[in-house]
Write a protein that binds this ligand. Structure first.
Ligand SMILES: NC(=O)c1ccc[n+]([C@@H]2O[C@H](COP(=O)([O-])OP(=O)(O)OC[C@H]3O[C@@H](n4cnc5c(N)ncnc54)[C@H](OP(=O)(O)O)[C@@H]3O)[C@@H](O)[C@H]2O)c1
Length: 263
């Protein structure tokens, strides 16, 4: 029997790439996001190639729509084997420039609250089946705090805590929980981030991953679950330096970024 994979944020970027790669591997997909046209086009392409994909549009900042999404997936298949919480956005500005509702509240709602609500709705069926897998797409910003990422980091640090606690809570039911922590990825993410940097500092192109690279790593996790996956792998050293020498990283960010932006 094909595993049923529910992917949020599948209308572009990492979610869309993950859906295409998972379809090639023979998984049965239930994909969601707000842009209906993009979802329908994705499903049509997958189904035309002999895959299996259904779409269900939802705005996950609305808790009623999260509940309806979970009910629709469980109603359609009777189960969800793999839940990939990928939908998310970042508004990467100085804190005072963020709108209290559109930027602060909605980031936390989508990146953290919706994940908890969707997991809450799906997990009982996984517990009943004594198996399941949850993959939460986090970010390096969930491991390292960077200026102008404050609320995004809060949502992703929160997601990391949620991930760790949930992993321990459900492991005895045969449910695996993984966190994926990518650095910069070439997607539409930056278009929505509202970045206005005087210095023009950005992740160098050679460090940026493609959505397909991240999608392949996520699909690989379905067959080879891991607690934590940092992408690219060498970023693990940066995370380690930040943990062991936080004062040094404070100084580097002050001199290399904040002071240059303030000039
Ligand atoms: N790109 C990066 O550099 C990077 C790095 C690390 C982590 N990440 C994480 O990777 C995940 C995917 O981002 P991406 O880079 O692939 O960006 P993206 O191309 O902008 O994709 C974001 C997805 O989230 C969906 N989404 C946004 N708001 C939504 C809402 N209110 N309700 C439901 N779905 C919503 C979007 O679809 P609709 O607009 O159609 O709703 C889209 O499918 C995010 O969690 C992000 O934090 C990205």
């Amino acid at each position: 029997m094909k595993k049923v994979v529910l992917i949020t944020g599948a209308s572009s970027g990492i979610g869309e790439a993950t859906a295409r790669i998972a379809a090639q591997k023979g998984y049965s997909l239930f994909v969601t996001a707000r842009r209906v046209d993009r979802l329908e086009q994705l499903c049509a392409e997958i189904n035309l190639k002999g895959g299996s994909a259904l779409s269900y549009p939802a705005d996950l900042t609305e808790s009623t729509q999260v509940a309806e999404l979970a009910a629709a997936a469980l109603g359609q298949f009777g189960r969800v084997d793999v839940l990939i919480n990928n939908a998310g956005f970042g508004r990467l500005k100085w804190l005072a420039q963020l709108d209290p509702i559109d930027d602060i509240e909605r980031q936390i709602k989508l990146n953290l609250i919706a994940v908890a609500q969707l997991c809450r709705a799906i997990i009982p069926s996984m517990i009943q089946n004594r198996q399941g897998q949850i993959i939460n797409v986090n970010s390096l910003a969930g491991l390292i705090g960077v200026p102008t990422y404050s609320v995004y980091a809060a949502s992703k640090f929160g997601l990391r805590g949620f991930n760790e606690a949930l992993r321990r809570e459900v492991s005895d039911y045969g449910i695996k929980v993984s966190g994926v922590y990518p650095g910069g990825v070439n997607t539409e993410f930056a278009e929505h981030a509202g970045i206005e940097r005087r210095t023009g500092i950005k992740t160098p192109d050679w460090m940026r991953l493609s959505a397909d690279q991240v999608g392949r790593a996520i699909v690989h996790l379905i067959e080879h679950p891991k607690k934590q996956l940092i992408l690219p792998g060498y970023m693990t050293y940066l995370v380690w330096i930040n943990q062991v020498f936080p004062g040094l990283v404070d100084q580097l960010m002050r001199i290399g970024y904040v002071q240059r932006e303030m000039r």
